[in-house]
Write a protein that binds this ligand. Structure first.
Ligand SMILES: [Zn+2]
Length: 394
């Protein structure tokens, strides 16, 4: 039963691929090259998305009967409708579902065709796998076809009222980012997280017509470099120049060296300012044993104007800290980028900066600006990831 549905899914993906190819050729605007078919790409039909990690209970609901499988024996344990109040809880390496014991360490909930499973109030396409972690909490993983997953990501990463070509660029970036993560570790329980550690994914309730149109319009297209999926990082606003990944995370990647943008300076996140008291900063840096901060000064800048490092003078001496680490300690939602200047006041510091995010890869608000200026999604992607090729997955 289980194997049959996987084969059916694979066949379904192949049929979709065939339709999308015809569509792309008929439009005549864009002829992506192909990645040869392989068992690897077939295997990657489902993304494993960690919806919740280490939660004490999960509320599950369905309209139609849901089949519950023991994933060790692959045998079906139950086949019933999950009412709205159904509660799944861990107990001594097995589960309780509405007071009934499920003797398994890992279970898979498989919905009826065209039905979905609601998890903690959000509807998700695909299947749900639940296991207990070492601390007795629940790990909830959504097994969802790649294209359906991307539909649940794009509206949470950009606004649905953006120009279609910007939405398409985001769809290809999100799809490619996911493909670069899939199968990277055979032992991992999941490929991506449903939050900003990977990409924000909120399932089918978050889907919008325009963003679904962008996903369908670019179905099975991905960005590659020398035949491999690129690490398609993206961020809200680059502040005028995207970052060289080497200065952010230390690795040297040809297509992530940074480009001048010039398309995001009218956008809402281009300029920002933040005022923090020295006391607040001391609290935020306390995990590094930094106390009684006296001053913080910029020590050097990169050619793209981002701060390289800072000198922090405090009660116990002084410390040189790299700007990305400093940003993480202050909080990336507070200190929105590492492109800033510092003005000291009596008991506070004023940070005035540009851009929002790590700055690596696609500038989302720049993609918006490029689409408004008439560029197509492939031109946008090739601008922010120089040297890439957009290819069709088979
Ligand atoms: Zn930009």
């Amino acid at each position: 039963m289980f194997r049959t549905s996987i084969i059916a899914l694979t066949l379904g993906m192949m049929l979709i691929s065939a339709c999308a190819t015809t569509h792309a050729k008929r439009k005549g605007a864009f002829y992506p090259a192909r990645i040869p078919a392989s068992s690897e790409t077939q295997r990657l039909a489902n993304v494993r998305v960690a919806l919740f990690q280490s939660i004490p209970r999960l509320r599950v609901a369905s309209k139609e009967p849901v089949k519950i499988y023991d994933m060790n024996t692959r045998s079906m344990m139950a086949d019933s409708v999950l009412k709205e109040e159904s509660q799944l809880t861990p107990r001594n390496q097995h589960f309780m579902l509405n007071g009934q014991t499920l003797l398994a360490q890992k279970i898979r909930l498989v919905p009826a065709e065209k039905d979905f499973i609601k998890c903690n109030g959000q509807r998700f396409r695909g299947q749900i796998e639940v296991s207990c972690n070492a601390r007795g909490g629940l790990l909830v993983v959504n097994f969802v076809p790649l294209e359906e997953y991307v539909k649940g990501v794009v509206p949470n990463e950009v606004q649905g009222n953006w120009p279609l070509e910007a939405l398409k660029a985001q769809a290809v970036a999100a799809r490619t980012f996911t493909l670069s993560r899939m199968g990277s570790s055979a032992n991992a329980e999941f490929d991506v997280e449903a939050n900003t550690n990977s990409q924000v994914y909120r399932g089918m309730d978050s889907e919008r017509e325009a963003t679904n149109q962008a996903v369908e319009g670019t179905a099975h297209l991905a960005a590659t470099y020398q035949g491999r999926f690129i690490s398609a990082f993206y961020h809200s606003n680059c502040g005028g120049h995207t970052a060289d990944v080497r200065n952010v995370w230390g690795n040297d990647i040809v297509y992530l060296k940074g480009v001048a943008c010039g398309f995001c300076d009218d956008s809402p996140h281009y300029n920002w300012s933040l005022t923090l008291s020295l006391k607040e900063i001391t609290n935020l840096l306390s995990q590094r044993n930094i106390e009684f901060i006296r001053s913080i000064e910029v020590m050097g800048r990169l050619p793209d104007n981002r701060v390289l490092s800072l000198e922090i003078v405090h009660g116990g001496g002084k410390e040189i800290m790299k700007a990305p680490a400093f940003r993480m300690l202050l909080g990336p939602e507070r200190l929105k980028s590492t492109n800033f200047e510092i003005t000291p006041n009596a008991k506070s510091l004023v940070f005035k900066g540009k851009g929002w995010g790590h700055g690596v890869g696609l500038c989302q608000e720049g993609a918006y600006g490029m689409a408004r200026a008439g560029y197509g999604f492939s031109e946008i992607l090739e601008y922010y990831y120089p040297g890439i090729e957009i290819k069709f997955l088979e």
